[in-house]
Design a protein around this ligand. Sequence first.
Ligand SMILES: *Cc1c(COP(=O)(O)O)cnc(C)c1O
Length: 367
Amino acid sequence: MIPFCDLKTQQLILKDNLDKRIATVLEHGQYIMGPEIQELEKRLSTFVGSKYALTCSSGTDAIQLVFMAMGLQPEDEVITTAFTFVSTVEVLALLKLKPVFVDINPDTFNLDIDQIEKKITSKTKAILAVSLFGQTPDMEKLETLSKKYGIKLIEDAAQSFGATFRSKKSCSFGYAGTTSFFPAKPLGCYGDGGAIMTNDESLFQTMSRIRSHGQSQKYKYSHIGVNGRMDTLQAAITLAKMDIFDEELLKRDAIAEQYTKGLSGIGSIKTPIVEKDCFSAWAQYSICVENRDDLIQFLANLKIPTAIYYPYPLHTQEAYLYLGYKTGDLPITEEISQKIVSLPFSPYLKAEDQTIIIEAIKRFYRC
Ligand SMILES: *Cc1c(COP(=O)(O)O)cnc(C)c1O
C-alpha cells in the first residue's frame, strides 16, 4: 500500500533530534507551559513575520480563542465558506455567532471574494477566510475589503502554514491567522496542537488569558476561558520539525509539480491551479474529475489510497440546517464536492510511487 500521507519517513529523518527534544522535556518535567512553549511561539512569530504567536491545543481552539477574545454578540455575522473542515463553522455556531456562506472560486476552492460585499450587513463583524489545501485567497483584496467596511479579517490557515501571498506568509494578514499542528497538516506534531498569529497586542493578551481559563493572575479570572494550552511535549516535537520545514515546503512544491505535469490533459482531470502571487504549502494535492467513485475504486484495487475533502458541504449537513440554507444555494461548492479527490501526498512521496499513481490514473482514462 502506498501511504496516503507518509509521516514515517520524516520521523526516521528526525529521529535523533526528536529523541533529544523529548528527553529534554522528560528531564525538566514542565509538561504544561514548559520552556519549549515560549521557544516555539518565538520561532513561529519569526517564521510568519507577525509580532505575536500564541500556541494552543488545536487548530479548532485557535479559531475559538480569536472569536472568544473579540467579545462579539449573539447573532453577529461572520462571512465564511461551507467548503472547509467543520471546525471553521462549528466554532462560530458554538459561540452563537451566525456563519454567512459565500460560494467558492472553482479554480482555487477558496471563498469567492467577489461575492463578499453583497453579504455584508450591519451585523457583519468578520470575514473568516480559509486557505484551503495550502493556498491563501487574495489576502490583499480581503484586507482592503475588511478596512473598507471596518470588519475583522481572520485567516483559518490550518492547511496553509508555510504558504505565501506576494512574499508575505500565510497567518501574517489581517487581524489574526490561525493554524493547526494536527499530524497530517503541513507542519504537524504527534497529537493535537495549534497556534494563532497576530500583530494586535490587545488581542494577544486577551487570548493568552482565555487560553488558561481566563486567568489574569493566579486564581483571579478576568475572562471566561478554556483549557486551551498546547502540551510542552507537542511543542518540542513541532520545534524539531521546524528545522526541516522550509526544505519540506520545497519538496512539496516539486512533488505537486510532478503530479501536474503527469496528469495535465488526461481525461476530464482538472489539476490544481496556484494563482500567480501564491506559493502553496500543499496540504493536499486535489484534482477534480468526472466519475470520481469509479476512479477511487480503480485506484483502491491497485492499493493506491485517496481521500475526499470534502464530500458534503457544511450548509447541507444536518447540524447546520438551522442556518436556513438548502441544496442549490452554493452551486460551485456543491459541484466541487462531487468532483474533488485528493491523491497520496507528502514531502516524502517516492518518485517511483508517484509514477505508479500517475500511470494508474492514465490507464483508468485509457490514455
Ligand atoms: C484541520 C483543520 C482545522 C482544525 O484543526 P484541528 O487542529 O484538527 O483542530 C480547522 N480548519 C481547517 C480548514 C482544517 O483543515
